[in-house]
Design a protein around this ligand. Sequence first.
Ligand code: HAX
Length: 426
Amino acid sequence: MAASIFDKMAEKIEFWRSDMSAFVKEHGEHKVADVTISQVMGGLRGVNALWCDTSVVPKEQGLIIRGIPMQDLTDLNGVQAFYLLLTGELPTDEEYHEFSTALKIRKFVPYYVWEILKAMPKDSHPMTMLSTAVLSMQKESNFAHHYESGIHKSEYWRYTLEDALNIVAKLPSIAAAIYRLRYNKGELVQPDPDMRLSEDFVHMLGIDAPQNEFLSLIRLFLVAHSDHEGGNVSSFTSAVVNSALSDLYYSMSAGFNGLAGPLHGLANQEALKWLLDVMKKFNGTPTKEQIEIEVNETLAAGHVIPGYGHAVLRVVDPRFTAFYNFGKLHFPEDTVFKTVVHTFEVVPEILKKIPKIQNPWPNVDAVTGSLLYHYGLKEFSYYTVMFALSRSMGLAAQAVMNRAIGMPIVRPKSVPTSWFKSQVIK
Ligand code: HAX
């Protein structure tokens, strides 16, 4: 029989802990970053000041999860991706079965979550519903209960992992219920105890789409959005909240609130809205010249082109490429997807001419909406919920890692303008 995820993590964590502690003991005073005033006033861009082992995003390469580049992850499913994020290894068949079962037995959601979601205003944003649903379950936190009973800090990771499995296992039901409630799709569909995460999510959404193709897209969606190192808004926010030993329900809900911003996860909704507006204006798939006009108008109005640019990347996002290839393979003639293709041919050339823009290339959000739209999931205010469903795995894995190595409360020092001035004006 395969080791349980708890046994597997215990073994890994023993090594990670001693390795990190020896390293810091020996090299703790070694300097790794200089910070300029522009960086402080510019969102700390490019400052190597955070630790994260679950994934890295080299600016010329894009997402690498636990040493495996995005382009080699496209055949994984959500369960494998979560296992990889947590343990640093792909599961063997036996480990996969054990881990998948550990998630399946945790998938049923407390009844009160449905009552809370049903009581929310009908025009609530789906991300508000998701964040509220997660927060409402805080009283179930294993970590919070065990913390109160006085567990030793070396065991914090164990109860954080328990919370992680519980939340990740329940989110497909919650996300699917939000879709059905928010857009009047009829009765909620019960989870199937035997189905895996992505399969069950597709089943509970109840979308009338070719099941195998749509399932492949959802699998890719779950893997591609699962993690993007530690400094993005959702991961960093979640880690800061978790560092106060607020449990994962509090911290994941907080991370989702950050994901709901238009410069972060909401960009997928914004990007599709932008594409559909252009299509409406030009009565169908616009030509490249028409897209150029629209891009210039958007920029002149002081707005960003959603789905383009990135705080870290300086190349086409490999996640964009994975979804783009999916569209090219399955429905290259779809009118919305063709608009994505034309936009991709036009936007980088325009953005390259604007010196302040560091990265003219598309990120993941430039394309995902068009694929979901193709399969009939047309309610684009819902798209960020699917991003969150996937990102929950990265937030959870990062929290387990942080508790495992005993990361302290995050508390950088802030200083006033006068202090900065005093550093340069002598
Ligand atoms: N369209 C127009 N202007 C853009 C731009 C775009 N796509 N990308 C960057 N810029 C502008 C910035 O707004 C900034 O202008 P100001 O100095 O006037 O404020 C300037 O160029 C410099 O920005 P940057 O250094 O290139 O990029 P940042 O690290 O500051 O920001 C963002 C990165 C992703 C927020 C930015 O590129 C953007 O707003 N893109 C559009 C929104 C988007 O697609 N967000 C999703 C990113 C991926 C993600 O997190 N997904 O969840």
